[in-house]
Design a protein around this ligand. Structure first.
Ligand SMILES: O=P(O)(O)OC[C@H]1O[C@H](O[C@H]2O[C@H](CO)[C@@H](O)[C@H](O)[C@H]2O)[C@H](O)[C@@H](O)[C@@H]1O
Length: 220
């Protein structure tokens, strides 16, 4: 999708999430780079356990844990927002605990965006997170792997085998944590990049097919 907010609810995904949650007796969590409100909007409040902004916000059994935004974000926000103002195709995203600049609509700006983000990371305590046509600076202290570990420490996930499905660079921490905790990661996409995932599926539809078949087998 050209713009992050164009991703919205999807009927097949929604039905599958409901069925998956039932089959797993509630042991279903979504671990995303998006803001918590954005995840809830896209999933229509279907999923209770959510880690958002790459784990910086986590809604577990005892409510929402949220790290405070790092003060260095103020400067990064100004710089990235100015860059977006200067180029009509660049898209600035503010997630409070992180700021991101998307170059999906102007791929030729990739080097300039990444260089600017690397410079900001070098001059601050922020963590540089590269993703799918996006460079992001985030508050340090959490990642998707730490979010998986935190979920596995509490009900209803304690004692479960973690399976982490993802398609982006930021998902590598989640794959590593799942493997460390006795489970595995599934990388989605044609990419042959080095990965900590154990398995790979071609695309989103392959994931839906795999999960539908697994639920069917569990119910049989
Ligand atoms: O961890 P995820 O749930 O996979 O979220 C990763 C990022 O997703 C969004 O950006 C990506 O999707 C957009 C819509 O397709 C696309 O326009 C963008 O180029 C992608 O990077 C979201 O905007 C980010 O905040 C998330 O980190």
């Amino acid at each position: 999708m050209p713009r992050p907010e164009q991703v919205g609810p999807d009927a097949r995904r929604a039905a599958l999430l409901d069925a998956l949650s039932r089959a797993l007796e509630g042991r279903l969590a979504v671990v995303s780079g998006r803001a918590l409100e954005d995840v809830d909007r896209i999933l229509e409040d279907r999923v209770r356990f959510v880690a958002a902004v790459h784990g910086l916000v986590r809604r577990g059994g005892n409510g929402v844990d949220r790290l405070p935004p790092h003060p260095d974000l103020d400067h990064a926000r100004d710089v990235l927002r100015d860059l977006a103002r200067g180029d009509r195709g660049l898209l600035f995203e503010d997630k409070d605990l992180s700021v991101a600049l998307h170059y999906r609509n102007v791929p030729s700006a990739a080097d300039a965006v990444i260089e600017a983000a690397e410079r900001l990371a070098r001059g601050s305590e922020l963590v540089l997170q590269l993703g799918d046509m996006v460079a992001e600076l985030r508050t340090p202290g959490q990642d998707k792997g730490k979010a998986v570990t935190a979920f596995l420490r509490e009900a209803p996930f304690d004692g479960a085998t973690p399976v982490f499905v993802g398609d982006d660079l930021t998902d590598e921490d989640g794959f590593a944590a799942a493997a460390r905790l006795g489970g595995y990661g599934v990388l989605v996409g044609p990419s042959h990049r080095p990965t900590q995932a154990t398995y790979r599926l071609n695309d989103f539809n392959a994931v839906l097919d795999w999960l539908s078949a697994s639920i069917g087998r569990a119910a049989a």
